[in-house]
Design a protein around this ligand. Sequence first.
Ligand code: ADP
Length: 252
Amino acid sequence: MNSDDLVKKLREENDLLRQELGERSDFLSLVIHQLRTPLTASKWTLHMACNGDFGTLNDQGKIALARTYESNEQMIRMLAEISQAHHLGEWKLSLNPRPMDISHCITHALDAFKPEARMRAITLHYNPETNPPLVIADPERICIVIQNLIENAIKYNRRGGTVSLATETKENHLIIMIHDTGIGIPHDAQRSLFTKFFRAENAKKTYQGTGLGLYVAKQIIDLHHGSLWVESIENVGSTFFISLPLVQGTHA
Ligand code: ADP
């Protein structure tokens, strides 16, 4: 085969591979969408039932319903993480950083997790600063990171535990701290924490998960030229730290 024929053959093979990858990606998007639709519909019916909208339940019924609601939520979030990991490539190309007030994002995420925290008797703490400095970030993507970290802080906590959020300015960065009183992360596991599909042994035993949330979070923070790290003691708790560049001299 001469070199022209070889180049032509390689190009054709490349086109075929690209088409195949595109089809697989479309297929995954379709599966995620088809699974999410009925789960989201059940979420609202379960929510109404938990609120007593269809009549009063005895204690056993309430507990069963609360567990079903929690499992349904867990499946919705797992699908969201799979979808986020799937879209990371596109996000890299379409990132839209602009000055934003991170406290809106934190308040919004905490509101969304209130029912789950209440069910597990977990107290959520956050006192937003009155005049917070603005960071340069894509609000849509950064809110995903905050949501993923709060979700974990609740999920890997104990009944009756606490989740506390705080922000602090350090030089030209804003540090966001998400602290929990949960199962903690074994020292050996901390090195691999932000890699795809990684799950620590103490978490696998008790909780369902994809091992994608922290991977997605780290990729998003890297895209913003920020940092994400953790300090944790097993059986005591964990604090996740996000550092993002500040807009110099601006406040919300
Ligand atoms: P998932 O929660 O679906 O397993 P993540 O990527 O969000 O995936 O987290 C990866 C792993 O990191 C978890 O399986 C768990 O071992 C550990 N982890 C994350 N957050 C916490 C936390 N707040 N407390 C204890 N372990 C955590």
